[in-house]
Design a protein around this ligand. Structure first.
Ligand code: ZN
Length: 510
């Protein structure tokens, strides 16, 4: 093939990907609208719109013409050189195409049907705390999910779980995750036992004083503006379950939630989603790159690292509150008039075991994730029967978090993920914390006066570092490769342990 022909094919390939991404972003837009402004009466038509768009996206992702174009481009040695952006793009496009075409349409639609059934029975079961009623539908979803994993297995995967994990955290394996989670879990349990024995729990009562939602919203917006979130290319709205949706170049939607009597929850979820949003705004999606892997996020774990970095590393730090507390006191006046900097920082860094993952603090959150990782891996391997899940959950929960689970609603029925067949998804939450902590140490070396800057409300150097070291690369590097390029070593648990201990010990007077 001549150079002109091959260049034209590559352009055609990228144009098809852009069209698919555009369809996907329309799907994301109708989903965003459903969660924010759609009237209840729109539900049926919306379900049809969403299903049609999902089908169109899937058709484009598996289109044999796309495979032909890809194959032709791969034959060109210059274009497929992995050291070039084009070559990196082609390798990722190949991976996505092979994965999408390895699942047969029957399995996909069976799973979609089983999911929607399991989701409604999960809602009923959780409300009544009745696990037995959920067993048949959960069994069906797990069987189909295992079949999906088997279909996705290839030489790179040692176990079915790895093939499922690969959807969310490409390249990661259960064995690697276990080797990082195990030492982290042991140190966290030791820390919590020590706090229990020798620590003085911080005063947190002031966190639950009433503050009007509009004032909390204005404060959250002020913080996001200081972080560098561009409101000309994004929005912040309200939902029950906060999320971030990058709709494309120039349009990133954030949602958060407010409780009048828990302002730290609102500001935490605003900063969290804001971190996701800053990543989306930093990805190089402009021009004809939109839809190609180099304009996409690396993995769920890396995405989560960006949210955790702003929510926790920045948002719970003494430096951040040096800048933010005077603003909060003024905007919430007189509610926080008697709250000083030390009180605020201590209250932001508690570690208290509780039953519910989504209400957990920065430290114990990881133990909730480890529990789910262990159990879902055992379920997929067939080492744990669905009917035995509540018992296994309660036993492991007590071992990890030291509490006896009172009922399944506050135990194994609390999360929606398994009813959706989302297996391999949970570990990405803790991977995000681990990546963020390892990045944070590197960032402090690169920007030695970062704390002084944050204390002045100057987050520009931090965002610029994230932009050039992480956001700008899109999916050019895998998560493991990226973390090694940034920090000079593979992922390990020590930075997160150091981070948590350095924040929590002083908060408990230790
Ligand atoms: Zn997140």
């Amino acid at each position: 093939m001549t150079a002109t022909t091959i260049a034209a094919r590559y352009t055609d390939l990228c144009a098809r990907l852009r069209e698919r991404a555009t369809l996907g972003s329309v799907g994301a837009l109708v989903a965003w609208d459903q969660e924010t402004f759609m009237p209840p009466g729109g539900a049926d038509a919306r379900a049809e719109q969403a299903a049609l768009l999902a089908r169109l996206v899937h058709e484009r992702a598996t289109d044999p013409a796309l495979g032909d174009l890809l194959g032709a481009c791969e034959e060109d040695p210059e274009l497929s050189d992995a050291a070039t952006p084009e070559g990196a793009n082609l390798a990722r496009i190949r991976r996505d195409y092979d994965k999408a075409t390895r699942l047969d349409a029957d399995l996909v639609s069976e799973l979609a049907l089983a999911r929607s059934r399991a989701q409604s029975s999960w809602k009923r079961a959780r409300q009544a705390s009745d696990f037995a009623s959920f067993v048949p539908d959960l069994t069906r979803v797990m069987d189909l999910t295992r079949r999906k994993g088997e279909a996705l297995m290839d030489a790179a995967h040692n176990e079915v779980y790895d093939a499922l994990l690969d959807e969310y955290e490409p390249g990661a394996t259960a064995a690697q995750i276990e080797s990082v989670f195990t030492p982290l879990g042991a140190r966290l349990r030791a820390l919590i036992a020590e706090l229990d024995e020798r620590g003085t729990a911080p005063e947190t009562g002031f966190c639950f004083r009433a503050i009007p939602v509009e004032r909390q919203h204005a404060f959250g917006r002020r913080v996001l503006e200081a972080f560098g979130f561009d409101f000309d290319r994004g929005r912040l709205d309200t939902t029950t379950h906060p999320f971030c949706e990058g709709l494309g170049p120039g349009d990133t939607r954030l949602t958060t939630r407010y409780s009048e009597t828990n302002f730290p929850d609102a500001i935490g979820s605003t900063m969290h989603e804001g971190g996701h949003g800053l990543y989306e705004q930093g990805l190089p999606k402009r021009g004809d790159r939109f839809g190609t892997p180099l304009a996409e996020p690396v993995s769920l774990g890396i995405h989560e690292s960006q949210s955790r970095l702003w929510e926790n590393m920045v948002g719970r730090s003494a430096a951040f509150w040096s800048w933010a507390l005077p603003i909060a006191r003024e905007m919430f006046s007189p509610v926080l008039d008697d709250v000083d900097h030390a009180m605020m920082v201590r209250a932001m860094n508690t570690a208290t075991p509780g039953f519910i993952r989504v209400e957990a603090d920065e430290a114990t959150y990881n133990l909730h994730v480890m529990l789910r990782f262990e159990l879902e891996r055992a379920l997929i391997r067939g080492d744990l029967a669905i009917a035995d899940l509540p018992g296994a959950w309660n036993t492991r929960f007590e071992a990890l978090l030291g509490l006896g689970v009172p009922d399944d609603a506050r135990g194994c029925l609390q999360d929606v993920h398994w009813s959706f067949g989302l297996v391999g998804y949970f570990p990405t939450y803790t991977l995000g914390n681990l990546y963020a902590a390892q990045m944070w140490e590197t960032i402090h070396d690169a920007i030695p006066d970062l704390d002084d800057r944050m204390a002045r409300g100057d987050f520009g150097a931090l965002l610029a570092w994230l932009r050039s070291n992480i956001h700008a690369h899109g999916r050019r590097y895998g998560a493991d490769e990226l973390i090694e390029r940034i920090s000079g070593r593979p992922l390990d648990s020590e930075p997160l342990i150091r981070h948590l201990e350095s924040r929590i010990r002083p908060a408990y007077g230790m």
